[in-house]
Write a protein that binds this ligand. Sequence first.
Ligand SMILES: *[C@@H]1O[C@H](CO)[C@@H](O)[C@H](O)[C@H]1NC(C)=O
Ligand SMILES: *[C@@H]1O[C@H](CO)[C@@H](O)[C@H](O)[C@H]1NC(C)=O
Ligand SMILES: *[C@@H]1O[C@H](CO)[C@@H](O)[C@H](O)[C@H]1NC(C)=O
Length: 257
Amino acid sequence: MAPAVPLALLALVALLAPGLGVAFPGCDYPVHLWCSSWEIAVACQAESRCANLSRPAAAPVELSLFYESLCPACRGFLVQELFTTWLLLPDEVLSITLVPYGNAEERNVSGKWHFQCQHGPEECLGNMIETCLMHEAKNFSTYFPVIFCLESGSSVTKNLEACLQVYAPQLDGGRIAACVQGDAGAALMHRNAQLTEALDPPHQYVPWIVINGKHTDELQAQAEASLLGLICRLYQGEKPSACGGSGAPKAPAGCRR
Ligand SMILES: *[C@@H]1O[C@H](CO)[C@@H](O)[C@H](O)[C@H]1NC(C)=O
Ligand SMILES: *[C@@H]1O[C@H](CO)[C@@H](O)[C@H](O)[C@H]1NC(C)=O
Ligand SMILES: *[C@@H]1O[C@H](CO)[C@@H](O)[C@H](O)[C@H]1NC(C)=O
């Protein structure tokens, strides 16, 4: 009956296991330490017993948009989906990276980068204005409304001063113009080219949407159909009110007399 003792011992261990802290794989901690950090509480499945620990904030959903300044579908997505969704969601929920380059091509001409764009030189200029604007402004909340203004207006390339006046009067249009015309702009655009060429899978069209580092036809279709709905579904934290949580406003009651 050699196995009897070990079996009995095993049964005993199984019974006492929660108390010994060996019940769950990855939970190598005695009970009195289960509430010492959120990670340990999760490993030991003790979150509900650790009232003094708060759930860490979930990571924002990260969206990268690879686009061209004059492509109509890019402008449509940026203006109607991306900007409106960004207005509704806090930065902790949605983090956006804009890469204006798309189907452009670059050539090294005697040590200088030259760019060719799908919709011609004006598109290259639009890409460059937006790239230099992002570089000068740094802060997404500062430059995204300006880019929205450029992309939603009659001309992407002629309205920088007007858009700055309305949305970011603290920015110096002269510095942006100098970047657009100088080596700094070319170096920044080369970086956009590298980011675009590094896409895996490679982009086949624009706008090309990457969410949490991933591009699939399905994610792309969902983003274009309802970006707000998609981000709300993907966000792991407590849903903000714009996602239709408890704080959401009631549906309008209509206009009956
Ligand atoms: C939470 O409370 C438990 C005791 O209930 C304690 O052992 C643990 O260290 C506390 N955790 C933190 C992070 O203060
Ligand atoms: C660009 O071309 C110049 C010569 O025309 C060369 O010295 C330089 O290494 C090239 N740069 C790259 C990144 O290919
Ligand atoms: C960006 O600008 C917003 C609004 O002006 C401000 O609340 C935020 O703190 C700024 N972020 C950084 C990193 O400067």
